[in-house]
Structures are given as C-alpha cells and as structure tokens.
Design a protein around this ligand. Sequence first.
Ligand code: ACO
Length: 451
Amino acid sequence: MATEQTTTQPVAKDQDGAEANGRGRPVLSVTDERTGRSYELPITDGAIRAPDLRQIKMSEDDFGLMSYDPAFLNTASCRSAITWIDGDKGELWYRGIPIEQLCEESTYLEVAYLLIFGELPTKGQLEGWIFDITHHTYVHENIKKFVEGFRYDAHPMGILLASVGALSTFYPDAKHIKDPEERYLATIRMIAKMPTLAAFAYRHNLGLPYVYPDNDLDYPGNFLSMMFKMTELRYQPDERLSRALDVLWILHADHEQNCSTNAVRGVGSSQVDPYSAVAAGVAALYGPLHGGANEEVLRMLERIGSVANIPDFLEGVKQRKERLMGFGHRVYKNYDPRARLIKKHVDEVFEVTGRNPKLDIAVELEKRALDDEYFTSRKLYPNVDFYSGLIYEALQLPPAMFTVMFAIPRTSGWMAQWLEMVDDPEQKIARPRQIYTGGGPRDYVPMDKRG
Ligand code: ACO
C-alpha cells in the first residue's frame, strides 16, 4: 500500500531540479526591461511565491508587480497533502492511494477517514468512526420544520445549501475552530447528517413524509432507506445498488482545489464555523459548470433523443451553440479516471434496474466525440459527470437530485480540506488583489444636476 508520499509531491520536487543541476537552491532570474534591474525569485516545489514579485518596482512608491490569474489557471492557493491529480496521465490519488484501489477494496466511510486523518484506519478506529457517524445521522426536529418551510418545488440543492448553513445555528460551539473536540464533532456531524438532509429535500419535493435514519443499515443502505422507504417496516436495500452508490461516493469524495473546495477554503479562511464554510461549498457545487453538470448531461441526452441526432448535436457544439456537458476538465487533459470507473458500474446497476436507452446515446456520443478532431485537439474527454447521471436516473432520482448526490460524498473532502486549512500556519484570510479598471477620482453629482 502507498503511504504518505504525496506530502512531498515527488513531481513538484523534480521540477525544481535543485539537486540535479548542482546550483543549490533553484531560482528564477528575471530582468525587468522597464528598469533594466534583475531579480532572483526562489523556486520551491515548482512554484515561485507571487508576493516575491512585489519587489519588482518602477519606483519606490510603486505598489510592485502582481500576477494576474482570474480563474486560478496557474496559481496554487495552498499546500495540500490530501489529493493528487495528474491531469495528463488521468491519475487520481487520495492520500497517495490510487482511486482504482480504493474503489475496489474500500468503502466510502473508510475513504472519508483516510481523507480526514491521512491514514487508513485500524479495525478499531474504523469501527469507532462508523459508530460515531451512525449515531449522528439524526437532525434536530426544527431542521425538519425548516425544510418543510420550502415550496413544494424548491430545488433540493437549494434546500441542502440552506439547511447545511442552518446547522451552524444548532451547533454554535462549532465556531471554536481551534478546539479539536469541536472540529471532530463538526466533522462527523457533517458527514452523518448530509444524507439525512439530502433525503429530506428529496421527500419534500415528492410530498412524502421524511424517513428517519436506520442505524442498523450501513451508510449507503441507510440513505436508500431514507429516500425510498414506503410502508414496509424495514427497508432492505439491494446490495448491488448500495455498493454502486458507495463506489460513486468514493469517486466523488475529494478532488483537490476545485471550485467548491476553493469556496470552502476561501470562506473558511475568515474563520467562520465549518457549517457555514461547507454551505459555501454546496453553493459552488450547485453551478452547472461544476456539480450541476451531471444534471445538465441528462437534460442534454434527453434533448438529443436518439443516436441518429448525435451528428447534428455535435455540429451545434462545434459552432459553439452549446457545450458538450460532461466533457472537458480544467485539470484532466486525458480520460477522467472517475468516468472510467463509473462506466464499469453502470452495467451492474442496469442489471438491477433495467437498461436505460440514454446509455446508448451516451456511449455513441462519447465514441463520436473521441473520434472528432475538434474534441481531441482540445483534449476534451468524458469527466466524472458524463456517466454518473445515468446511474442516478436508474436509481429513479430526478435530475435535480444529481448534484445533491455529489454533495453528500464531497462533504468529507470539504471537511478534510477545511481541517488542513485551519491548521496551516501560512493561511490567512483569502483576499485577492485586483487590477482596477475604473476611473476617478471624480465628484459626486447631485440628482438634479445629472444629465
Ligand atoms: N464542450 C465543448 N467545448 C468545450 C467544452 C465542452 N464541454 N469544454 C471546453 N471546451 C472548449 C472551449 O470552448 C475551449 O475552446 P477554445 O479554446 O476554442 O475557445 C477549450 O475547449 C478549452 O476550454 P475552457 O473552457 O478554456 O476550459 P476550462 O478549463 O475553463 O473549463 C470546464 C473546464 C468548465 C469543465 C469545461 O470543460 C466545461 O464547461 N465542461 C462542461 C461542463 C462540465 O461537464 N462540468 C463538469 C466538470 S467536472 C466537475 O466539476 C465535477
């Protein structure tokens, strides 16, 4: 088994070339052609520190050079030992362990432990962890009333976003973010209650009574029970569906500094309580370019309607009338390994639920796009969302629930990242610079003098 090797990021170290070139500590030498002055900027872990640029000035009262990177295309915002992605090779590791091994051999809750604590648990640690999570799945009855207050057709992701934020009012001590006990409690509460809130949001949309957690079921089985239990005394989840769901959750647990994790870290950097920080993550995930993409994939497949319409659809994408949802990724410039693993489980799920004709459209769409120069030249490959929606649909979930299904497992990643951030001595409140493009100074004009 791999151990903590990602903490020293072997790839980044090679990039420095410190030992290889024999010049000691590597530096970047730059000359400012405006002044003719030269500077040496230290390189550490394949990066220069942006604040080092500030010494590059035109004059003493010059603010100094900044870097401009509106979507963090090439800016590391933190050091992290949690997740490693090699976008070119299509590799993903959690705490150094390849995702393929985790999907094969682990469970979501064990992976959550690994993400949070950095090591696989012993048998006793895992049992204690599962016990703690199982015994925090209930939510306060007032949260139930809070969910009931939403309109019948409220988007479940909106309900989740609001109710996770509301949890901070139920656990005010969570604001003591330096207290290890409070942090642990918030971590298990968050992982334990997210499926409960998600299932309540779903049942609310259907006008069905909420189902309370069943402590005798495992984590995915209990979720299926809270979603689908009707009049039976005890819901018996299908093992194959539980396992498929568990694997999906392993795949979605963390993904380094993605949009929602960045939101959790950014908001958390103000030292707000973790429930509020995670609510920010849920909000970011809601967007169609992030977690909302799997919902959009299903709508896209519905619109395409049949395999015969694929060429026209792809033509529309190339003419930039629309996007091929579930394709492309900021980091992966190769097949997203999570998409490959999900694809393997699609057939297993369809064995239980019956085949979905949209799968044929998806498979053909993928094949044609991967044969098309437009997509290959831009290194656009299926991402995690391309197939996950099909599994969710097979589980009879409406598209609006798909992003919620993503938020449940991403909670452990958000918490791991939040915990890492809180302990990072280099972390300060996140506050980017800007390049001001407005005018001024100019005088205020009273209303009666405005043209
Ligand atoms: N369909 C068509 N063209 C695309 C797509 C797509 N899905 N994705 C990227 N492109 C094109 C862009 O138009 C651009 O072409 P150009 O250089 O000719 O202008 C080129 O590929 C590069 O794309 P960018 O938009 O610069 O890539 P970026 O890293 O900013 O965006 C993103 C990544 C947002 C994921 C994008 O690929 C996308 O919108 N995909 C569809 C939405 C989706 O599936 N999101 C889920 C991502 S995974 C996740 O969040 C869990």
